[in-house]
Design a protein around this ligand. Sequence first.
Ligand SMILES: [Zn+2]
Length: 415
Amino acid sequence: MPLTFTHTVTERFLRYVTIDTQSDPESPTSPSTEKQKDLGRVLVTELREMGVEDAHLDDYGYVYATIPSNTDKKVPVICFCSHMDTSPDCSGKDVKPQVVKNYRGGDITLSADPTQVIRFAEHPALKNQIGNDIVTTDGTTLLGADNKAGVAEIMDAAHFFINNPDVKHGTIKILFTPDEEIGRGVDNVDLKKLGADFGYTMDGESAGSVEDETFSADGATITITGVSAHPGYAKGKMEHAIKIAAAIVERLPREGCSPETTSGKQGFLHPIGISGALEQATLSFIVRDFTEEGLKEKETLLEGIVKDVMKDYPRSTYKFEVREQYRNMKQVIDRHPHILEYAIEAIRRAGLRPMRTAIRGGTDGSRLSFMGLPCPNIFAGEHAFHSRLEWVSRQDMEKAVQTIVHLAMIWEERA
Ligand SMILES: [Zn+2]
């Protein structure tokens, strides 16, 4: 029996984006901004109105909800997860979404600021959107499709399950998180309470894509202690920590191994901070690669540069410290190949060509995977996120909803 969808995803999305949920990296509280709960409360109300009785918002700003199983089979509990906050990089206040219906190609000029143009040449994904309805902002804020597209898709899928009790599925858990954009999205999540076996974040880009790989990430700090002396009488004595630090930065590889010269599966060494005075200077780096060996290689390369520079400063010393930040979720997901297989099959059943991609960054899913909830990332349709040129199409969001529905059905079929 073919499924019949009466989608609500776009109408939900247009409402959710008008609620300001920007997170704040400077805030010590959880959630970092109280206003994120404004959206959380709306979602809980809508879920309860649908009949999802246990939907609730906790003090930390997380929304939890359960769609009960309607099958006699024993099916693993699957969670769908999206984040409610928007990036602090761009205003998310008074978002005024605009819909370009039946897009015919070409540039899209945003109505309130004509300097903001989504150029066809610079957004290659637009060529797959001919005939679609594209949602943009008016050019004064971000849109928040990252990740309210995912939120709206999960809500529409919940609405579908409730209204189509003949469609069999196991227990489905819904999780909406705050503060993902500031790297704290899973700090206060209660996985025991959630009680899911496997999860999917709905926070990917192009329709059809599924991501089971993220960077592995370390931070490295180099502390240099030089030799101080009165500058008037420093000849042959002074070894300047600032100059040592600058020499290290100067010797970083230019071709390859930096963010501005790498893509795809290549990693990099990236200085993110430098501070110092004559006697002491500190350099902070982030190190990224898809493999553990790749990380080690880059750290060895960096320390090699430091050692080499230090040869010119025999009385100065350095300390080289590496801390783990997060790890490629592939290590975890590979142990449960069904998670990805079923997602690929669901994307196919939704009528799309599945694409496996790797994220040059981390996600809530990478941390959740290592916390015990293996969690690849499925497309939500969001594009040009964290900017005023952000856009998403109605048709891609609808395909994401259909992917969620098929995915839950596949878990039930195969159980
Ligand atoms: Zn996101």
